[in-house]
Write a new protein. Structure first.
Length: 68
């Protein structure tokens, strides 16, 4: 349910908004990896979640480009 709502929200956004969200997600992933390397990260499952969100954003972007 939660992921379905997230994907529907992504589909409602424009290409430029998705690109901005993709950049933000990649920055967050970098920061999480950095924290993990320095043993400061408590919730390691967040890395997996952010990676999946990046893939979801890229999938929606590809679908929008294919439609255009």
């Amino acid at each position: 349910m939660k992921t379905t709502k997230y994907v529907n929200d992504l589909r409602a956004k424009s290409t430029s908004e998705l690109a901005e969200e993709l950049v933000a997600a990649k920055k967050e992933l970098f920061n999480l990896r950095f924290q993990n390397a320095t043993n400061q990260l408590d919730n390691t499952s967040r890395i997996k979640e952010v990676r999946k969100n990046i893939a979801r954003i890229q999938t929606v972007l590809a679908a929008q480009e294919k439609e255009a």
